[in-house]
Design a protein around this ligand. Structure first.
Ligand code: DLL
Length: 435
């Protein structure tokens, strides 16, 4: 058997051999134990026993979020309830929630997957991990928690909220790893600074493992500066496990997929065709050893690409690029596709502007209008109207040059945009006939 620590540097052909065995098992288990898959495979004329290579999986039909919703709550489960130890659910921000089940084995691999983030950060028993992702049905809190425990960290189960208390505990307990959404980390940073603290001196943080929402490179740079630590991006989703499906290493050059547990494909979201490495498209995941809720070719709706080539860190698991966002969040402005995180990246080049923004969609004379509302950074003068107008125009021009779209900019007072303890709400859709 391959040791846990060796699995991350296994030659890729051996990873593929493991994946092939896992995928074959998942296909058969799903077919034999989940009526939905039996029906779907039969309908598509797909024989799960006939798969001869990893590429053959492309013959299997996709599974969508709607399929999981239609089978709510337990009809996608492949094991009897007596074997299920834990249940989690998606936040349901885009409709009916979806449910994930975990056997004892599933919980163990979840912990192992998130623990890789700690290992990538050269961490372990000497670290104190402060977890302020929300605990409960959301996978963030407990996923990071199991990872911290599995990696040997002293793990503090803070959950989200009560920011001043978070700051007190961070200071008093000297946590070295912070786990929460990037927007909540920014809120912690801004609040600490407003309280007169200097995070570089008052905190002992060295790494943040942040994910659950898209954040741009410039947002990350600002966060790293404010909290004086290094930020690693973590990706995951309830439907396949939760956080830990892919995590960045210290190279900060893409997220290593946990390829021993997930088989990834990138497809053209329009045609469903599998795309070669390097091309951007929708990430599709098949679990290789999930017991309670295995999934076959799950369409994540997340847009990324497989980064070709090897990582300088020496680990062999392939990397996905940092996500622009999910297809549902993509704005189509006069025919141009734009993600809020791309707007954020441009906006964050201006030091006078904070990280708090919302993109508002409205209808003006039957046409869509996109307005970016962004707060002034603390410490800059908001009362100087001419300066504000100049900044607005300058940002509009930058957005036009970088993204080829016309976006109206409104700079608003500090603290006027709602803060979030979990995922930030970046898009407000007020268009006629929508919602
Ligand atoms: O957000 C799981 C998670 C918790 C991931 C904590 C990372 C950290 P869901 O609520 O089911 O699960 O939402 C999953 O969030 O399909 C992406 O659209 C988005 N997402 C997750 N991680 C990232 C990331 C959790 N690193 C959905 N970058 C996914 C961008 C992300 N988007």
């Amino acid at each position: 058997m391959t040791e846990k620590k060796d699995i991350l540097t296994l030659p890729h052909d051996q990873i593929e051999a493991l994946q092939f065995e896992g995928v074959k098992k998942t296909l058969v288990t799903c077919y034999e134990n989940v009526p939905f898959y039996k029906e779907r495979f039969d309908e598509a004329g797909f024989d799960p026993y006939s798969v001869e290579t990893l590429a053959d999986i492309a013959k299997a039909p996709f599974t969508t979020k709607q399929d999981l919703r239609d089978n709510y709550p337990f009809k996608m489960f492949a094991v009897p309830m007596k074997d299920v130890r834990e249940i989690h659910m998606s936040s349901g921000t885009t409709g009916v929630a979806t449910v994930g089940g975990y056997t004892e084995h599933d919980l163990e691999i979840w912990g192992d997957c998130f623990a890789r983030g700690v290992e990538y950060a050269d961490g372990g028993e000497d670290d104190i991990m402060h977890v302020c992702y929300g605990y409960g049905l959301f996978t963030g809190g407990l996923g990071a928690h199991y990872g911290g425990v599995s990696a040997g960290c002293t793990t503090i189960p803070m959950s989200a909220g009560n920011t001043e208390r978070q700051i007190r505990i961070l200071r008093e307990m000297g946590s070295t790893i912070l786990c929460c959404t990037p927007s909540y980390a920014m809120h912690i940073a801004d609040t600490a600074i407003a309280m007169g603290l200097d995070p570089a001196k008052d905190f002992k943080l060295r790494v943040g493992i942040h994910g659950a929402e898209a954040f741009s490179d410039n947002f990350r740079a600002d966060l790293e500066k404010k909290l004086s630590y290094k930020v690693l991006d973590v990706y995951g989703l309830t439907e396949t496990m939760g956080p830990g499906v892919a995590i960045e290493c210290m190279e900060q050059n893409g997220l290593h997929l946990a390829e021993d547990h997930f088989f990834a494909e990138i497809i053209d979201p329009e045609t469903g065709e599998v795309l070669p490495d390097g091309e951007w498209g929708e990430l599709v995941l098949t679990t290789t050893d999930r017991e309670a809720t295995p999934v076959v070719r799950y369409r994540t709706r997340d847009i990324t690409r497989i980064i070709p080539g090897e990582c300088a860190c020496g680990r062999t698991h392939r990397r996905i690029d940092r996500l622009h966002g999910r297809t549902d969040d993509m704005l189509i402005i006069r025919g141009v596709n734009v993600f809020p995180s791309q707007i954020e990246d441009v906006m964050k080049t201006m030091p006078e502007l904070s990280s708090w923004y919302q993109v508002e969609l409205t209808t003006v004379a039957h046409l869509d209008r996109v307005t970016l509302k962004v707060e002034m950074e603390q410490g800059f003068d908001f009362d100087e109207i001419r300066q504000i107008e100049g900044l607005q125009k300058a940002l509009e021009a930058k957005l036009k040059a970088a993204l080829s779209v016309g976006i109206k900019v409104r700079i608003v007072e500090p603290k006027s945009i709602p803060r979030s303890e979990g995922k930030a709400k970046r898009v407000i859709d007020l268009r006629e006939g929508v919602n």
